[in-house]
Write a protein that binds this ligand. Sequence first.
Ligand code: GTP
Ligand code: MG
Length: 341
Amino acid sequence: GTSTDNNVDFSSARVIQEVMEKNYDLEALKDRDFNIRMDILSKLKEPLLQIYPDAALELFGSSVNGFGTHYSDIDMCLLLDDEDYRRNNTLAVMSKVQKTLFRLREFQVVYFVRHARIPIVKFRHIPSNLDGDISSCNTFAVRNSLMLRSYADIDPRVKIIGLFWKRMLKICDVSCAAKSGLSSYGFSLMLIHYFQQLEHPVLPILQQLQQQTRSAIMFDGWDLQYFGDVNNLKDVWEGYGQNRSSLGELWLGLLRYYSEVFDFESHVISIRESRPITKLSKFWISNSLISIEDPFLFGHNVGSCLSRKNSIRILNTIRKLRDVFMSQVDSAVLETYKDWL
Ligand code: GTP
Ligand code: MG
């Protein structure tokens, strides 16, 4: 466990905590921001449902997963009733979405990403200046966003550290899938895995809790079940409330875990099992150095787009962050952080 050996001196821990809390206050998605997103959603819903009356348009990603900032992009998904139709016609559906967006005055189509695992239409909502994308029938993404939300709701430290983690990685320019970095989603999974493996875990493994008593929810051959009743976690998780570490300790623990403890060469980051998962056991030997298993679609490696060079760049960045935050964080350094924020 890494929970006990991060006893930074008291004043440093206080400073780190203060910076993280300030970052959270400035960045977190508030109710007001969420309502703006719901408005944008309903503006798109009407014309799209005219074409596909049985469809649903839903938010996913950080607009709903608890790790959102007021400037996060808006991830939307068009869920069609007729799965079979969609499966064979994704590109046709997306091209209709694109045409619809072209007609709407408040929206600007930025790009149609045709040749991706999940084709998306990228747009900008001009009045709010928010970017977004629409995909079709991304059921797994909707589901994992809800599960991430459950994790974020379990303990307030998760969101505070989560937003700071995302922020630091963006500042260091390693968190952007488009620029050959790792997606925010990948970094969020890394964070959850860290909280789960602590000697006194901050987070349980929701896909394992009460697994015996709940039935599988199958989709495309994958099980989507997890324990989502986080208000009653006390009754089913013996580790509940046992981790009392400060924000500063947990933050340093996170940086040290991925710099000193986790073996990237041989292991896969997973949030669905407590036992360590080796690359060998998944036949992921030639996969990316940073390999992250998608929690539901666990044949999918969220880090698969990373070259070895870019994986190493990320690990070096985490190491550098560790060195910065482990060194005496005095009030002068705090002022520098405050300038960043
Ligand atoms: P920000 O937009 O940076 O605030 O974070 P985010 O959590 O919305 O992440 P991002 O926009 O990168 O991804 C949006 C959603 O896509 C995630 O929350 C997942 O539900 C889903 N997703 C599923 N698999 C993948 C994957 O392999 N890569 C990415 N990028 N997203 C995935
Ligand atoms: Mg997003």
